[in-house]
Design a protein around this ligand. Structure first.
Ligand code: NDP
Length: 476
């Protein structure tokens, strides 16, 4: 065979990735379960570069030069396993199978182990940026063996997004690390979106501003620290007018947010590794609440509303307060996500460079932002940083916004505006900086009803008090 890379699964994502490879000068073997998609790709985009279309998987595999590199871009779950099973008998030792779909990382760990038995490399890779990114340069997060990255990495780096000439692609870590990091990326995306939505709601309810006016505020914010793809598209969306009704577009959209599941996976894993990713969790639950139709109907009918309008005296000062509160909450959400990556790296035995993850998220993906440079710099200062918030840059950034953050969260509570991600981020901030937490009382309660023991602040050892007896203390 003569193709340097192959793509099987030519729906929107696979088709665009194949075109991206071709545009970068690679000869691309292309295949899809049903040939129609393969045919139309070559018919419509043959001018992008060299494609070798095949009707059968056997021909597809035969058209690849060795060691073969096969990118699988099909529906995640069962279809991915079906395609892998079809590929295995056709491949030879040293060939590389790349799963670029949205796999759940435990599946990737399982598949990597299975393919290793056949002498094959399996690279689960996160790809972010949707169809647009796949075509013009996504952020790419490959796992698998370092050995497979030697030959595959340069090709992926070639087609990835570039920021200041630096590719948004790097080796993440073994087996499921790439898909894991993509999952956390999506979780952080949930948190970022929810925080932006809360900022919008606060401005709307606090100022009584129109969607278009708030869109202008976001456009303004996009020229400063908050500059990011998500802020930019928010400004755009808020200024968009519905053609049919002439109303602000956001006002004609049903207020029930859906999800495809990566946020839920991230939260579930946060519980597994014991990391409080409260920003991501609140964002995921906020989507659940929005979709809780019967509960919302019952709540609207039964629960008293806040009686008065929020009276904001100084509009400009309020806007600046919301901006500072948004930035501080965002730093917390990212800090928590990077904590989760660190904890998972220990749990699953991955060597993940967190600074490099922030670097490859600067372009191509949904959370792309200049802000990520700050995170890379923080981990360059200290690769083992236990808390991103404690990096001097972020400490200053958050501390200077702290009074504003407190005013906004207090104002939201007093005026009945739900701001779960803003307020839980502030609670996390106050929790993680506290000298002493009421966890001491929780330990005491646990010892009282369950003899779960406790440690003392003043000497080593584990203790239990005879709560139902004479309340003497014994070393456990
Ligand atoms: P879909 O997830 O809609 O999957 C459709 C593709 O899967 C088609 O090529 C289809 O072939 C193939 N397929 C489905 N079942 C089977 C099967 N049993 N055997 C063989 N092939 C099968 O395509 P997308 O392009 O939207 O996404 C591809 C992957 O990329 C998914 O894992 C998705 O989660 C992920 N992803 C998607 C993003 C997006 O923005 N859409 C962003 C990032 C990742 P056929 O034409 O024959 O039906």
């Amino acid at each position: 065979g003569t193709a340097q890379i192959g793509v099987t699964g030519l729906a929107v994502m696979g088709r665009n990735l194949a075109r991206n490879f071709a545009r970068h000068g690679y000869t691309v073997a292309v295949h899809n379960r049903s040939f129609a998609k393969t045919g139309s790709l070559v018919a419509e985009h043959g001018s992008d570069g060299e494609f070798i279309p095949s009707e059968t998987m056997a021909d597809f595999v035969a058209s690849l030069e060795r060691p073969r590199k096969v990118v699988v871009m099909v529906k995640a779950g069962g279809p991915t396993d079906a395609v892998i099973d079809e590929l295995i008998p056709l491949l030879e030792e040293g060939d590389i199978v790349v799963d670029a779909g949205n796999a759940h990382f435990p599946d990737t760990i399982r598949r990597e182990a299975a393919l290793k038995e056949h002498g094959l490399h399996f690279v689960g890779t996160g790809v972010s940026g949707g169809e647009e990114g796949a075509l013009n340069g996504p952020s790419i997060m490959p796992g698998g063996t370092p050995e497979s990255y030697e030959s595959l990495g340069p090709i992926l780096e070639d087609i990835s997004a570039k920021v200041d000439g630096v590719p948004c692609c790097t080796y993440v870590g073994s087996d499921g690390a790439g898909h894991f990091v993509k999952m956390v990326h999506n979780g952080i995306e949930y948190a970022d979106m929810q925080l932006i939505a809360e900022a919008y709601d606060l401005l709307r309810q606090g100022l009584g501003a129109t969607a278009a006016e708030i869109g202008e505020i976001f456009a303004q914010w996009n020229t400063g620290d908050l500059e990011s793809f998500l802020i930019e598209i928010t400004a755009d969306v808020l200024q968009h007018v519905d053609a049919e009704t002439g109303k602000a577009f956001v006002d004609i959209v049903l207020d029930q947010a859906e999800q495809k599941g990566t946020g839920r996976w991230t939260v579930q894993n946060g519980l597994d590794v014991g990391v409080p990713i409260t920003g991501i969790a609140e964002a995921t639950f906020a989507r659940s609440l929005s979709g809780s139709v019967p509960q919302r109907a019952a709540g609207r009918a039964a629960l008293p509303a806040h009686a008065q309008e929020w009276e904001v005296k100084d509009r400009d000062a309020f806007v600046e307060d919301v901006r500072l509160a948004l930035y501080a909450s965002k730093v917390v959400a990212y800090s928590q996500g990077f904590d989760q990556i660190a904890a998972a790296a220990v749990e699953y035995d991955w060597a993940i460079d967190r600074g490099a993850m922030a670097r490859i998220w600067r372009g191509g993906c949904i959370i792309r932002a200049r802000f990520l440079d700050r995170i890379t710099e923080a981990y360059e200062r200290d690769g083992d940083l236990p808390l991103l918030l404690a990096d001097p840059y972020f400490t200053d950034a958050v501390a200077s916004g702290l009074p504003a953050w407190r005013r906004i969260v207090a104002g939201a509570a007093q005026n009945g505006v739900p701001a779960p991600a803003f307020s839980s981020s502030l609670a996390y901030y106050d929790g993680v900086r506290a000298e002493r937490l009421p966890a001491a009382l929780v330990q005491a309660q646990r010892d009282f009803f369950g003899a779960h023991t406790y440690k003392r602040v003043d000497r080593e050892g584990t203790f239990h008090t005879e709560w139902s007896g004479d309340r003497t203390e014994a070393e456990a």
